[in-house]
Design a protein around this ligand. Structure first.
Ligand code: IMP
Ligand code: MG
Length: 179
């Protein structure tokens, strides 16, 4: 697996430090609130698992899974809900936890769906942000790192469903994309 990588972009230590910082900030901001962390499967699971343990206030978690219509690496913006949240959202302060904000079209769509369910508030926490590729007005309330316009993998993020188990964020060698 490591042989497929061109370079490590964000190493494990730097990642963990940032996740701790985000957890502290979120803990502070959500004091006295009814925090429900919503993880968008599957890319955000590793981040979610670390982030929730860095939060010192009470919180609950839930998961949703969406698939975008369109080819592998690009998003069309139209998403289909494959797995919905388990509960109604009234009374909750939602924090959507994402792996990466790319075009933003997926999150835009998810937010429009969740808003209709009348949560008390909705905020976004993304580990990575690729602002160069944004096609919507979505912006993250919390984010870890800006990344360049390169396809990154690891720490939950995949290429062709692989590399999610890398404990750091890396860039794949270009030849891996070719068939
Ligand atoms: P968006 O709708 O373009 O913002 O798409 C966001 C989703 O595309 C993310 O949740 C990822 O699943 C996927 N994605 C976008 N960029 C990358 C990348 O560099 N590596 C892995 N997955 C990515
Ligand atoms: Mg994702």
């Amino acid at each position: 697996m490591l042989r497929d990588l061109e370079k490590v972009l964000i190493n494990e230590e730097v990642l963990q430090k940032k996740v701790k910082e985000l957890g502290e900030k979120i803990s502070e901001d959500y004091k006295g609130k009814n925090l429900l962390m919503v993880s968008v499967l599957k890319g955000s699971i590793v981040f979610m698992a670390d982030l929730m343990r860095a939060i010192t206030e009470k919180c609950q978690i839930d998961f949703m899974s969406v698939s975008s219509y369109g080819s592998g690496v690009k998003t069309s913006g139209v998403v289909r809900i494959l797995k919905d949240l388990d509960r109604p959202l009234e009374g909750y302060d939602l924090l959507i936890v994402e792996d990466i904000l790319d075009s933003g079209l997926t999150l835009d769509y998810i937010i429009s769906i969740l808003k209709k369910r009348n949560p008390l508030s909705i905020k976004i926490c993304t580990l990575l942000d690729k602002p160069a590729r944004r096609k919507s007005n979505v912006r993250a309330d919390y984010f870890g790192f800006d990344v360049p316009d390169e396809f990154v993998v690891g720490y939950g993020l995949d290429y062709d469903e692989k590399y999610r188990n890398l404990p750091f964020i890396g860039v794949l060698k270009p030849e891996i994309y070719k068939d």
